[in-house]
Design a protein around this ligand. Structure first.
Ligand SMILES: [Fe+2]
Ligand SMILES: [Fe+2]
Length: 220
């Protein structure tokens, strides 16, 4: 198990913004949907890569845990009187997926697994930050709990990436993602070409408004 590199840290201003009373209910509701998506993503990998050693067992368990997260966060959204969004586009995930290589294996699966590892690492960072800053005691406990879970999830995906493509290939891909340059455009519209994009969440640009946490832009 080794660290998953994040090239930037989430600004403190991000937490202040999403924890503002006028933003918090929508943030929690959006986060609930992110947990649901994390579960669906894990299950999609179980269906696509059943022969990777350990993958069906570990990702089906991880998916079940993400569903439990969804139920807990959705309960908090309801307490805050916020409806779960039904139409949303997650630009952060769209950009990461656009950065994934398609086509031949093991490159395709490697990227899909590394993207998940990066998302989990970012989620861990953000939940840690929220857990120490949110005034609501229930949410503080919940985010501390979620931070612990996401800290476990990132290495699971990284280990599966190694199992799928080999440790050297996984290390090279992570290294290339952490050293490549930020794109010129500051808007993330999933428009990067597959030939130039890489699975690094750090390349997603900051935006003035963002409420998502579990799967969301790193700087947004
Ligand atoms: Fe989660
Ligand atoms: Fe997770």
């Amino acid at each position: 198990m080794s660290a998953i590199p994040l090239r930037s840290r989430t600004p403190v201003a991000w937490a202040e913004r999403v924890l503002a009373p006028e933003n918090l209910p929508a943030f929690v509701a959006d986060h609930a949907v992110c947990e649901l998506q994390a579960s669906v993503y894990a299950l999609s990998l179980v269906g696509a890569y059943p022969d990777v050693p350990g993958l069906p067992e570990s990702l089906s368990a991880l998916a079940a845990e993400e569903v439990r997260h969804f139920r807990k966060v959705a309960r908090e959204a309801k307490r805050l009187d916020a409806s779960l969004p039904t139409k949303r586009r997650n630009w952060y995930v769209a950009a990461l997926r656009a950065a994934c290589r398609g086509g031949a294996e093991p490159a395709r699966g490697l990227d899909l697994l590394l993207v998940a590892a990066l998302i989990e690492a970012r989620s861990h960072e953000r939940f840690e930050r929220l857990g120490t800053r949110v005034a609501d005691a229930r949410l503080a406990r919940l985010y501390a709990e979620l931070a612990e879970a996401e800290a476990r999830h990132g290495p699971i995906y990284l280990d599966l990436a190694r199992a799928h493509a080999g440790a050297p290939a996984a290390a090279r891909r992570l290294e290339s993602s952490s050293t490549s340059r930020r794109p010129r455009s500051r808007r993330c519209r999933g428009a990067r070409s597959r030939s130039t994009a890489r699975p690094e969440d750090q390349r997603v640009a900051p935006t003035p408004v963002a409420v998502s946490a579990c799967i969301q832009r790193p700087d947004g």
